[in-house]
Design a protein around this ligand. Structure first.
Ligand code: UGA
Length: 482
């Protein structure tokens, strides 16, 4: 389904609070702004494809020729439900192209979204902004007409002003190139929905022209909402606030998860059940049920590195104390991983000494390698970190994941990867369920009981039905459950 883009005159619309302006004509002269997404990783590729679906002419740009060749050939280089179909249909419709050329991007685009990664620096907790710098300077120096450069990457507060300075330095001043900021909030596994139907848009633009062009670049999102009788809330703010919204949101989510995992530790000590505790807490609408799933904790390419970069930036700003609690959030999170190792030692009747347990001659099935289900992303995955701990303790670790095996093997080559759930569980002395894939939730404990060497299971995501598993003769251990 493609949303027809209405070409009637428009103003800065909801982006223009305090910035009212008349309609702008895109600098390329096209009737609607032509969009580029610089960086075609998870974020940029998803945005490029979805904005083509919304009816825009889109160019995805990346320095990695393999990624560009895959996308141009109709293959999404990562697992995201629904994205392959949209990629192929929009390539076929001619609205979507991919390129490694900044010259082509500069020639084509009116609005350039910077979507490159900002990983944790090798030498500390801060964010590595080298990809942002390379993308902005590469593009700005090649522009030959006016354009808007919009930051989407997650950055430390203050970066947008620095990007503006880079643009001022590298783009010819007479062109009047401007910078705006609009953070993204997409969640892997729900990314298509999150881009087409965002629960909010946060935008920061410094001039009526920039606000107006940015609105035109999002009009497809509003048109879709109108046809579905929905509203898309918009928060118009300054650069610093826009940058902070993103990291504050991730910090809040991480804190909520670590809160329930801290409760999990208390429940384990007190003989209570954290799943029932979370359920009861979540009925209070001020608290809510979501992000109260206790287990092995959060991972992925965002939450862990974002809370660290946020602390590093707060320290630089002289307000490190304000975010000291995030250090605790991080510690609670990593403690959940060692908790699984301790439980494994306990269940396998091995002593947990100062150097950890000796799990030699124990075969352990690790179910799940990705940081969450419906993704093939293994970055900072708690499941893979636990697999590494078990392996280091001497266990014979057999990992199975429905989508993440290839990435997991590259990140942790020392363990055995199996091609099916049954192959992983066969002859296992212990089964650890560490990512809540539906395949594991729906597995038959009776059938698995016939092939395992011993019926012991650690449910690291509290995603199995304990009654069903214990009825099938399994010794069941959840996280934070009596
Ligand atoms: C996160 C945010 O949710 C997005 O809003 C944000 O845009 C994105 O980071 C980003 O910065 O780009 P994502 O990394 O896809 O999205 O992951 P989440 O779905 O938030 O899950 C993060 C981790 O928390 C996973 O390992 C998940 O298993 C864990 N989690 C989540 C829990 O342990 N318990 C919960 O209750 C919820």
């Amino acid at each position: 389904m493609t949303i027809p883009y209405s070409t009637g005159s428009h103003t800065a619309g909801p982006f223009g609070a305090g910035l009212t302006s008349a309609a702008v004509t895109p600098p390329s002269g096209a009737s609607r702004p032509r969009l580029t997404f610089v960086g075609t990783g998870y974020l940029g590729a998803t945005y490029a494809i979805c904005f083509a679906e919304l009816g825009y002419e889109v160019l995805g740009v990346d320095v990695d020729p393999e990624k560009i060749a895959a996308l141009g050939g109709g293959d999404v280089p990562f697992h995201e439900p629904g994205l392959d179909e949209l990629l192929r249909s929009n390539l076929a419709a001619g609205r979507l192209r991919f390129s490694t050329s900044f010259d082509e991007a500069a020639e084509f685009g009116d609005v350039h979204f910077i979507c490159v990664g900002t990983p944790q620096r090798g030498d500390g907790m801060g964010a590595d902004l080298s990809y942002v710098e390379a993308a902005v300077t590469g593009l700005a120096s090649r522009l030959t007409r006016r354009a808007l450069i919009v930051g989407k990457s997650t950055v430390p507060v203050g970066s947008a002003e620095w990007v503006q300075q880079l643009v001022d330095k590298h783009a010819a001043p007479e062109l009047g190139v401007e910078v705006a900021w609009s953070p993204e909030f997409l969640q892997e596994g729900h990314a298509v929905e999150d881009v087409l139907r965002p629960n909010r848009l946060v935008v920061a633009a410094k001039s009526p022209w920039a606000a107006s062009l940015l609105y035109a670049a999002h009009k497809g999102v509003f048109d879709l909402a109108t046809t579905e009788e929905r509203e898309v809330p918009v928060v118009v703010c300054d650069f610093a606030t826009a940058e902070l919204v993103k990291v504050a949101a991730n910090a809040f989510l991480a804190t909520k998860i670590s809160f329930i995992n801290a409760m999990s530790e208390v429940c384990e000590a007190a003989g209570a059940d954290v799943t029932l505790l979370a359920k009861a807490l979540g009925y209070d609408p001020r608290i809510g049920q979501r992000y109260l799933q206790a287990g092995v904790g959060f991972g992925g390419g965002c939450l862990p590195k974002d809370i660290r970069a946020f602390q590093a930036r707060a320290q630089e700003l002289g307000v490190g104390e304000a975010l000291r609690f995030l250090h605790e959030v991080d510690l609670i999170n990593t403690r959940r991983r060692t908790r699984v190792l301790k439980l494994a030692a306990q269940l396998l009747d091995r002593r947990y000494g100062p150097a950890g347990p000796d799990l030699s001659a124990c075969r352990v099935a690790v179910l799940g390698a990705t940081f969450k289900p419906n993704s093939d992303d293994v970055r900072d995955a708690p499941s893979l970190a636990v697999a590494a701990l078990l392996h280091k303790a001497g266990a014979d670790v057999h990992v199975y994941d429905p989508q993440g095996t290839e990435n997991a093997r590259a990140a942790l080559p020392d363990v055995v990867y199996e091609s099916s759930l049954a192959a992983a569980v066969a002859d296992a002395d212990l089964v650890c369920v560490l990512t809540e894939w539906a395949e594991f939730r729906n597995a038959d404990p009776v059938a698995l009981g016939h092939i395992a060497a011993a019926k012991r299971v650690i449910d690291g995501r509290n995603c199995l039905d304990p009654t069903q598993w214990t009825a099938a003769g399994w010794e069941y251990y959840g996280m934070g459950r009596a």
